[in-house]
Design a protein around this ligand. Structure first.
Ligand SMILES: NC(=O)C1=CN([C@@H]2O[C@H](COP(=O)(O)OP(=O)(O)OC[C@H]3O[C@@H](n4cnc5c(N)ncnc54)[C@H](OP(=O)(O)O)[C@@H]3O)[C@@H](O)[C@H]2O)C=CC1
Ligand SMILES: Nc1nc2c(ncn2[C@@H]2O[C@H](COP(=O)(O)O)[C@@H](O)[C@H]2O)c(=O)[nH]1
Length: 327
């Protein structure tokens, strides 16, 4: 593949502004028949989202995906969200008990609006079979399948019935997949996104490697309908990660879903733990993201997100670690 680049290697080129104020720019996006304020979803990880955060996001018009690490609580979670008049958006894995879970939801008449199949290596028969199982038993649920990093994978998951695919293998801040396996899109996530989006006929969610709000606009430019973000959402007052004090300063923990801290054992570990500086309230970050993205839209010369898709860009440098330390 030619032209390999990542977020830090690209700058978008401004086009003539057509608004008098950035507040005229509309950052909303529609996915699965629902409209959300931002094309951004906090990562479905245990130190990023819990029930309280999910409710806060849904009540305020943001997309969310609940993680799958408290499997026995998922049915009640769906009931609770629906009782509040909110969308239910859950994650599943691919092990045999997850097949039973989907059938139980059908039997109990519980249909989450969104189901995300959350697997490290999503280009697999395990994921294809799960997509088909969900589509058979819960045909009204919008299925997001991943994670993948190639056009072939996007096509296969779409053909199996996925309504959207999630792109990103190894670019995450707490990811060590690229170090431990030698594989993935770490260091060229943005180019992988462009590659995948050329093959996609359905929405793509760019997942991992976002380090600045400008990276959201870059993701949209290279084909993302939605962007999944972990590290920028870690460290808030509302973040479920434990709060700790180091030398008088407050930090919150942020660990990988494939880390020993999530798994409870050192088997197939592909994630690590970080301590992220405490950074105030989630709502303030969401507002700042919206303002920054409104500004991006104005630089793109439009009033809606779509304007960003057509801007020119330059490649300004090349570096494989996207600003992260390797360990
Ligand atoms: N986006 C990313 O880059 C990555 C994300 N993660 C996150 O970590 C969490 C755990 O992921 P995951 O390990 O998939 O989930 P699970 O531990 O639930 O594994 C799911 C199933 O897939 C199998 N499996 C996992 N990896 C592979 C592989 N490389 N080849 C063949 N089979 C595989 C597992 O078997 P077995 O364990 O026996 O192999 C298991 O049966 C998820 O939330 C995932 O999103 C993890 C790594 C990379
Ligand atoms: N390789 C691993 N990737 C992981 C793990 N846990 C989560 N993730 C992925 O990272 C993104 C978030 O990335 P960020 O750069 O925004 O912090 C998340 O959505 C997952 O796809 C893990 O243990 N190993």
């Amino acid at each position: 593949m030619d032209n390999v680049f990542d977020y830090e290697d690209i700058q978008l080129i401004p086009a003539k502004c057509i608004v008098n104020s950035r507040s005229e720019c509309d950052t909303s996006v529609t996915l699965g028949g629902h409209t959300f304020k931002l094309p951004v979803v906090p990562a479905n990880m245990q130190t990023i989202i819990d029930e309280k955060v999910a409710i806060q996001l849904a009540e305020n018009g943001y997309f969310y995906i609940m993680h799958r690490f408290n499997p026995e609580q998922r049915a009640d979670f769906i009931k609770d969200m629906h009782a509040r008049g909110l969308i239910a958006s859950i994650s599943v894995g691919v092990k045999s008990e997850e097949y039973d879970f989907i059938e139980t939801l059908e039997k109990d008449g519980l249909t989450p609006e969104f189901i995300t199949i959350d697997i490290a290596h999503g280009h697999s028969n395990a994921v294809i079979n799960m997509i088909q199982h969900i589509k058979k038993h819960l045909p009204q649920s919008f299925v997001i399948a991943g994670n993948v990093g190639t056009p072939e994978a996007v096509r296969e998951l779409e053909n199996a019935g996925a309504d959207a695919t999630k792109v990103g293998i190894g670019p995450g801040k707490v990811c060590i997949t690229k170090i431990k396996t030698g594989f993935g899109t770490g260091g060229w996530q943005l180019a992988a996104l462009r590659w995948c989006s050329k093959a996609a006929t359905k929405p793509i969610i760019a997942d991992g490697g976002i380090r600045t709000h400008g990276d959201i606009a870059k993701s949209v430019r290279f084909g993302a309908s939605m962007v999944m973000i972990g590290s920028l959402f870690a460290g808030h007052e509302e973040s479920p990660g434990e709060t700790i004090e180091i030398n008088g300063k407050l930090y919150k923990e942020y660990f990988g879903s494939a880390s020993e801290f999530q798994k409870g054992e050192r088997k197939n570990v592909e994630g690590k733990k970080l301590h992220v500086e405490h950074k105030g309230h989630l709502k303030d970050t969401l507002i700042e993201m919206e303002q920054d993205l409104q500004s991006s839209i104005s630089y793109a010369g439009g009033t809606k997100l779509d304007a960003i898709r057509n801007v020119d860009y330059v490649i300004v440098k090349n570096s494989i670690f996207n600003g992260d330390k390797t360990y």
